[in-house]
Design a protein around this ligand. Structure first.
Ligand SMILES: [Fe+2]
Length: 387
């Protein structure tokens, strides 16, 4: 059987790497750049070092600070129209997952007929995108490394993905200086999300030796640094490690899929407005408790990483694997993240519909190491409602 592994074309990384931005634009034969970010970041001026680097390098740029939290189809068209009107030859996505997803989708529409919904699905984009650079400012989504743009389907409801081999970034710039200002709560939630990407990919059915290498390193770096980054956001070494870990996990799960944690975490009631990383954290302990018997060898490794202790030869594989739920709960306790769903406005009567939606997330559950029925998912949600 043949496997394929995709990844971005180029990664420029290290503290201060943002200073290379103009050089990277020129390498892409660009001279007019549209920076896509969201209004919150723009208000804080987080993009200032990027603007300065472009100006210093003689690149003409325009700031587009209207990326939406859950990008709508109209917002992608608007971003595309603005880039066309400016005459941009390179787009830079700067920010969290939504700014990066907006950039990927707008880059598609700059070289392909709209509207964007005609490309919902996998590999339906006919032409290569306009060149684009992605610069993450959080350590969590790994979106800079993947080829999917998740958008709100404003015609039919729900979220849809545009997935294409053309949508890997031409260049990714990883500079943890840009993440130094993240508050502790965001650091914790997004950091757990990065760990879960690596873990679900590592323990999942589609794992390969290539994704294992990426995911193991990602989990080790999160395990060794997330508490420090949460406790003191000025810890540069911890911030640096977390950004690398998030990117490595993106390179891993982008080639496999996630699993039951993302299936349950992304289907909690939308009216509760639980941020993605938090929803993932809440659903992690019970999910690993459910999963570990399907792949004890790998969950033993995960538990050891969470404990910061190699217990191979000291404890049995099964005992180490059985510790994974408790090790995960200890991590969340240190990060001040409560688990029980009731803490976040979820109502007990919501749970059957959550279980229905999670069970329908076939793309995710197909990669989960343990087969899960709708009733098993419901039982897990009910058992973790109040704890
Ligand atoms: Fe995630």
């Amino acid at each position: 059987m043949a496997f394929t592994h995709f990844t971005v074309k180029k990664i420029v990384h290290g503290l201060g790497a943002i200073k290379e931005a103009a050089k990277e634009v020129k390498n892409l034969k660009g001279s007019k750049v549209m920076i896509v970010t969201d209004p919150g970041l723009a208000k804080l001026g987080v993009q200032k070092p990027l603007e300065d680097a472009l100006t210093a390098g003689g690149i003409e740029w325009k700031l587009y600070a209207e990326a939406q939290l859950e990008p709508s189809m109209d917002s992608i068209q608007h971003c595309t129209d603005e880039a066309k009107a400016f005459g941009a030859d390179v787009i830079i996505g700067f920010g969290g997952g939504s700014a990066l997803d907006t950039t990927k989708a707008a880059s598609v529409l700059l070289t392909n007929e709209g509207p964007i919904d005609r490309y919902f699905g996998t590999n339906l984009v006919p032409n290569p995108t306009l060149p684009f650079i992605l610069i993450p400012t959080t350590a969590g989504t790994g979106s800079e490394m993947t080829n999917i743009s998740v958008l709100a389907d404003t015609k039919n409801g729900g979220k849809k993905g545009v997935v294409s081999e053309y949508m890997y970034a031409d260049t990714v710039i990883l500079d943890a200086e840009l993440t130094m200002g993240l508050p502790p709560r965001v650091t914790a939630m997004t950091g757990v999300d990065a760990f879960v990407h690596a873990m679900e990919s590592y323990c999942g059915i589609a794992a390969t030796p290539i994704t294992d290498a990426l995911n193991l390193q990602a989990m080790k770096m999160v395990g060794a640094n997330i508490r420090q980054a949460f406790a003191n956001g000025s810890n540069r070494a911890a911030r640096d490690a977390m950004l690398y870990a998030s990117a490595l996990a993106g390179m891993g799960f982008g080639n496999t899929q996630n699993g039951i944690i993302h299936a349950t975490g992304t289907t909690l009631p939308t009216e509760c407005h639980i941020p993605h990383g938090l929803a993932i954290a809440i659903c992690s302990p019970f999910s690993v408790g459910f999963n570990y018997i399907a792949n004890p060898e790998k969950y033993a490794v995960v538990a050891d990483i969470l404990r910061g202790d190699d217990r191979a030869g000291v404890m049995s594989v099964l005992d180490r694997a059985a510790d994974v739920e408790s090790a995960f709960r200890d991590l969340l306790r240190d990060l001040d993240i409560k688990t029980g769903l009731a803490n976040y406005g979820v109502k007990r009567e919501d749970l059957p519909a959550c279980a229905d939606r999670a069970f329908a997330a076939k793309r995710l559950l197909d990669n989960n190491p343990r087969r899960a029925s709708r009733d098993q998912i419901l039982a897990l949600l009910e058992a973790n409602f109040e704890n």
